[in-house]
Ligand binder design. Sequence first.
Ligand SMILES: O=C(CO)[C@@H](O)[C@H](O)[C@H](O)[C@H](O)COP(=O)(O)O
Ligand SMILES: [Zn+2]
Length: 218
Amino acid sequence: MIDDDVQVAAWAPSTNGGPYGAVLAHALAGRRRDLAAALTRLESQSARLAAVADMLIATLRAGRTVLVAGNGGSAAGAQHFAAELVGRFRREREPYPVVALCTDSAVVTAVANDYGYEQVFARQVAAFGRAGDLLVVISTSGESENLVRAAVTARRRGLTVLAVTGERDSRLAALADLAVRVPTDDTALVQELHLIVTHVLCDLVEAELAIREGAGGP
Ligand SMILES: O=C(CO)[C@@H](O)[C@H](O)[C@H](O)[C@H](O)COP(=O)(O)O
Ligand SMILES: [Zn+2]
């Protein structure tokens, strides 16, 4: 039988952080330093972020759909972005049609199995995308082949493409109508900045569209 008191005592934090205390303190101080420096550099891109917000607002106000895609951590980011806009970020308002293309495991595995993983997003863009819709591709490298193919398909079909990448030159940034390149090439930091960028965008988009709804609809 497990003794609850012993269990709690064994997992209680020690005052000096235990054997990893110094390592963790160093790691957290490093994250604070790196994030602060990158955010300061990101502030110089506020005009670009405003243009991206305009792009999202215009798409949604026109009743068009936003498709979002990414791999790995960026797949989670794509889902998170869609969840904020279909659900809500801070305000009660209409739901917005934002669809993450990495969520349907049957579609993703069937297309990957039958056509190749590089087709998993392009085929969904062809299935769901219409001229005037917006494709958002999120990638730390800007070089994932399946996202490049999705962007090419989107451009061919008259969708607008927004790339959210790291700092370095990439095929996705070059293919996109507009690109946000967060100012670092460190993969983890790129992903952390992407989350901040998408939250800031959700806040702006929601605030702008909610005002219009209050004034009689988008
Ligand atoms: O979250 C991480 C690394 O932090 C990984 O899962 C990472 O997202 C994957 O390696 C992706 O396949 C990387 O793709 P991309 O960001 O270069 O498009
Ligand atoms: Zn990650």
